[in-house]
Design a binder for this molecule. Sequence first.
Ligand SMILES: NC(=O)c1ccc[n+]([C@@H]2O[C@H](COP(=O)([O-])OP(=O)(O)OC[C@H]3O[C@@H](n4cnc5c(N)ncnc54)[C@H](OP(=O)(O)O)[C@@H]3O)[C@@H](O)[C@H]2O)c1
Length: 192
Amino acid sequence: MATITIFGTGNMGTAIGSVFAAGGHSVQHIDTDTADQAVSGEIVVLAVPYAALAGIAAARASEFGGKIVVDITNPVNFETFDGLTVAADGSAAAELGAALPQSKVLKAFNTNFAATLATGKVGENTTTVLVAGDDADAKSDFATAVTAGGTVKVIDAGSLKRARELEALGFLQISLAATEKVSWTSGFAVIA
Ligand SMILES: NC(=O)c1ccc[n+]([C@@H]2O[C@H](COP(=O)([O-])OP(=O)(O)OC[C@H]3O[C@@H](n4cnc5c(N)ncnc54)[C@H](OP(=O)(O)O)[C@@H]3O)[C@@H](O)[C@H]2O)c1
């Protein structure tokens, strides 16, 4: 079993922690109160606001070296609520990858509302986690760890370039929920 370090103990940090714990993995949580803790996990999940990513990456670049680092953020422009704050051809995950050249950066979980990770269900369907990244072994190790508990599925969405599409999908889902067209316990399901 792997050790997973999750930055953040909010909605997503808690829900993602439950997915890994269901698989028997040991989960270390780090939040702003415990930000001086050393990272013990081989897989690091950054379940923090987009605005916190750059600071964590700058402070931990060397410590994250060789590890799988998972970006789950939706970099929504909350001033306009009309798009993302990242470059039109870029993504938060691409920015993180550039800041962490020694790490295996993946994009995942951003298309899943927290409730659907906690329950493992989107309606009648099993929740599917879409993952993007450039390192095939890292994606495989990530998928093995996430699915060990059998609560959710994982589909490889392609290279880290696909993070752009995952972030667009995440934004669309948020805008539907924020305008009360769908609930925060809903989400896009993948029927394979
Ligand atoms: N909520 C969803 O359904 C959902 C779905 C998909 C993606 N996301 C993405 O997931 C991320 C987290 O969302 P959330 O809903 O879980 O937010 P949240 O409930 O507000 O939790 C954010 C967490 O991040 C921690 N944090 C902030 N800065 C930190 C730092 N520098 N170091 C360590 N921990 C730090 C906070 O710790 P303190 O409380 O100690 O400040 C808190 O535990 C966001 O990027 C969001 O876009 C959310």
